[in-house]
Design a protein around this ligand. Structure first.
Ligand SMILES: Cc1cc2nc3c(=O)[nH]c(=O)nc-3n(C[C@H](O)[C@H](O)[C@H](O)COP(=O)(O)OP(=O)(O)OC[C@H]3O[C@@H](n4cnc5c(N)ncnc54)[C@H](O)[C@@H]3O)c2cc1C
Length: 367
């Protein structure tokens, strides 16, 4: 049995990795340089689907489908055990005036997903607050959103209740501890923490950490800004999406509108330009928001990776070192499957999904 696993980074991926491993290994140490779950996993919108699922590779689709089916039970289990409800809210999603509607419908037929073209009047009947002038709509029933700040809070509470999990907040990892090429722990601002296995789940910062070993992991920060409104609980019955911008209703009437896609390094400052642009999108989608003042505006850093395909598995050059990172725009939806697959690989179990597309082997270069 693996004795101690050290997990580097406590976003949704690190939290769920710890949660899955805690019942299978002797001891789990989860480190974050800040508080758990306050980076991208807090900042995201929480749509439990890629924004345009038909535009992704089968590798992303496989993880997304497994996770979508799993989310309701994960939410219920976490709520029951912690009292913090991640609020998996199934609203369905309307795409409006898609350029690639035919591709979307062909994908849905192929994948057996409940996505279909609907008459635009039916969309207006279902979502009376929708802005005028849209010509076409595609609807997928069953799509949910998860209240991600509560998801990470409930995962943290679940881990705090596990006696074999140590949480180290404000503990920055600065590099790896090695015995030859084998990784046997991490160097931190508070000393070395040893482990039989080290898992890198540091989101947008994962590439920086791997570079300390001379390896080039193409994961880079992609800034996303979002705004929040508070409306009546029944204001918006479905998620709606047009021209890359979306509105997400929470159960209590909070409406998130996102998001921007910016390559700005590690800068997380919200900008006036993005605020104005997001407000314009909000009003185009939901004209009743004209004049409403957003109650919050923030930015987060997505862990951008080529084609959004995460890295899940062992680093071949360094025994003992594992990756679960690079989930780009879809880390919330992909988390359950990614972390289940990860646990299967680490523990040598039959994997739930073919692990080949996510394997780090062959996808890392030397610096
Ligand atoms: C605006 C926006 C909207 C989004 N919308 C959605 C959506 O609707 N659906 C969806 O599925 N996804 C969405 N995403 C993407 C999703 O949020 C991310 O893919 C996901 O949160 C990544 O999780 P993570 O755990 O890998 O990274 P993070 O949540 O960023 O966690 C990484 C953690 O590592 C820690 N860390 C970093 N370096 C170190 C170090 N040296 N030592 C110790 N700790 C360290 C950080 O402090 C952080 O807590 C969105 C993202 C943004 C920004």
């Amino acid at each position: 049995m693996t004795k101690q696993v050290v997990i580097v980074g406590g976003g949704v991926i690190g939290l769920l990795t710890a949660f899955n491993l805690a019942s299978e290994v002797e001891h789990v140490v989860l480190c974050d340089r800040g508080e758990l779950g306050q980076e991208s996993s807090w900042a995201g919108g929480g749509i439990v689907s890629p924004l345009y699922p038909w535009r992704y590779s089968p590798a992303v689709t496989a993880l997304a489908h497994w996770s979508q089916d799993f989310y309701p039970q994960l939410g219920q289990r976490l709520f029951a055990s912690t009292g913090v409800d991640p609020e998996v809210h199934t609203t369905g999603l309307y795409w409006l005036d898609l350029d690639d509607e035919a591709e979307a419908l062909a994908w849905a037929a192929r994948e057996g997903r409940p996505l279909s073209a609907v008459d635009i009047t039916a969309a207006y009947d279902a979502v009376p607050v929708l802005g005028s002038g849209f010509q076409r709509a595609v609807y997928m029933a069953g799509v949910a959103n998860v209240r991600n700040p509560r998801l990470v809070k409930s995962l943290k509470a679940a881990l705090q209740a596990m006696s074999n999990v140590s949480i180290r907040e404000y503990c920055e990892i600065t590099g790896f501890s090695r015995e030859g090429e084998r990784i046997n722990g991490v160097q931190t601002t508070k000393g070395i923490i040893h482990g039989d296995s080290v898992v890198l789940t540091a989101g947008a910062w994962s590439g920086d950490l791997l570079s300390t070993l001379g390896l080039d992991l193409p994961v880079e920060p992609v800034k996303g800004q979002m705004i929040l409104y508070k409306c009546a609980a029944d204001f918006l019955p479905s998620m709606v999406l047009a021209k890359g911008r979306y509105a997400i209703p929470r159960r209590d009437g909070h409406i998130l509108v996102g998001s921007t896609l910016e390559h700005a390094g590690y800068d997380k400052t919200p900008t006036d330009e993005a605020l104005e642009s997001l407000k314009a999108s909000a009003v185009e989608l939901l004209p009743a928001l004209a004049g409403a003042i957003p109650i919050a505006h923030w930015a987060g850093l997505r862990p951008g990776s080529p084609e959004g395909i995460p890295y899940i598995g062992q680093v071949p050059e360094h025994q003992g070192l594992w990756l679960n990172c690079g989930h780009y725009r879809n880390g919330l939806v992909l988390a359950p499957a990614s972390c289940q697959l990860f646990a299967d690989l680490l523990l040598g179990r039959e994997p739930v999904i073919d692990p080949a597309p996510y394997a780090p082997a062959g996808r890392l270069a030397s610096l």
